[in-house]
Design a protein around this ligand. Structure first.
Ligand SMILES: [Zn+2]
Length: 313
């Protein structure tokens, strides 16, 4: 096996117990929260709830990435507090874990948040590279034939100048004003998990639509004649106002359309979860217990979500 040196510049830059099912751990890292968006622990709690929504439903087993000797993995992110490209040398990621750097900064316009998976550089042996690219997943994760996705993690940033609603109990719904932080966190984690960003997503893009079989089947529950799911021109979101059903069967604007109405919550819909299957994740309908949550401790993809004032649901 040969020693290789490879620089993989991620993909898109837009506007991330052995046999039994176990939860995917989304490990949020706050080292770059220099603007103190998360100084209130209540905000971290909401973010962990959003991470657990997905983590408890994703049962893929991801291998660890461990730098050592000639095998060196350097993670590349856009810092959530500044947007600056940053490299973390000799980086390690634990098994069944995604490491996600989070923070806040002042976005211009109506952008509420940005999220995407991280890039990397590495040097070392072939099997080290294969492990970085696949993390034990079988289908190809890069290129036009990608059918699977296995990121190491990535970054999410939230707007520091928006009027937010921070819900102290996301299990209940109530009237509120402001942009719902829980909803936006779910949306950005969706991007980090490959929705609108992964090569396995792009591989299923058609002219103006998404042809993933699971997503199309879910969309037909509300749009029986659909042949694909319409996309925004950016290819990273469902067409604005796309509807689906929540897990409770309620018609709702989908999580991964590009905007959210102030004063409303958007939960992941059946369409959004079906699309996660289409990009390669194994999704269980019944959540598995959350693993331990760790706090504080490519290029990359980024896609934002905008707020809007129109009260159209
Ligand atoms: Zn988005």
């Amino acid at each position: 096996m040969g020693l290789r040196h490879l620089s993989l510049a991620g993909a898109v830059l837009l506007a991330c117990s052995s046999q039994s099912a176990s939860a995917l751990i989304i490990n949020f890292d706050y080292r770059y929260d220099t603007n103190n968006f998360f100084s209130d622990p209540a905000r971290k709690n909401i973010l962990s709830e959003a991470g657990n929504f997905f983590g408890s439903r994703i049962t893929d087993n991801l291998t660890a990435i461990t730098s050592g000797g000639v095998n060196q993995f350097d993670a590349k992110i856009s810092r959530p507090d500044t947007g600056a490209l940053t490299t973390l040398n000799s980086f390690n990621v634990a098994a069944d874990t995604l490491t996600v750097f989070v923070g806040g900064r002042d976005f211009t316009g109506n952008t509420l948040g940005q999220g995407g998976y991280g890039g990397w550089n590495a040097s070392g042996y072939t099997d080290f590279f294969n492990n970085i690219q696949q993390r034990g997943q079988t289908g190809p994760t890069f290129g036009a034939g990608a059918t699977d996705f296995a990121p190491w993690g990535g970054q999410i940033s939230f707007d520091t100048s928006s009027t937010w609603y921070f819900d102290n109990n996301v299990a209940t719904t109530e009237t509120f004003s402001g942009s719902d932080f829980y909803s936006v966190a779910l949306h950005e984690i969706g991007h980090l998990l490959g929705l609108g960003t992964a090569a396995s997503w792009t591989a299923k893009e058609t002219s103006g639509g998404f042809s993933g079989a699971n997503a199309v089947a879910a969309f037909r529950a509300v749009f029986p004649s659909a042949v694909d799911v319409p996309l925004e021109a950016d290819g990273a979101h469902w067409l604005n106002e796309t509807k689906s059903l929540t897990l409770a069967g309620v018609t709702q604007e989908a999580m991964m359309d590009p905007s959210i109405t102030i004063g409303t919550r958007k939960l992941p819909t059946q369409l959004d979860l079906a699309a996660l299957k289409d990009v390669g994740w194994q999704i269980t309908p019944v959540p598995v217990p959350a693993a331990v949550w760790l706090f504080g401790s490519a290029l990359l993809t980024f896609a934002g979500v905008r707020r809007k004032k129109a009260a159209s649901v």
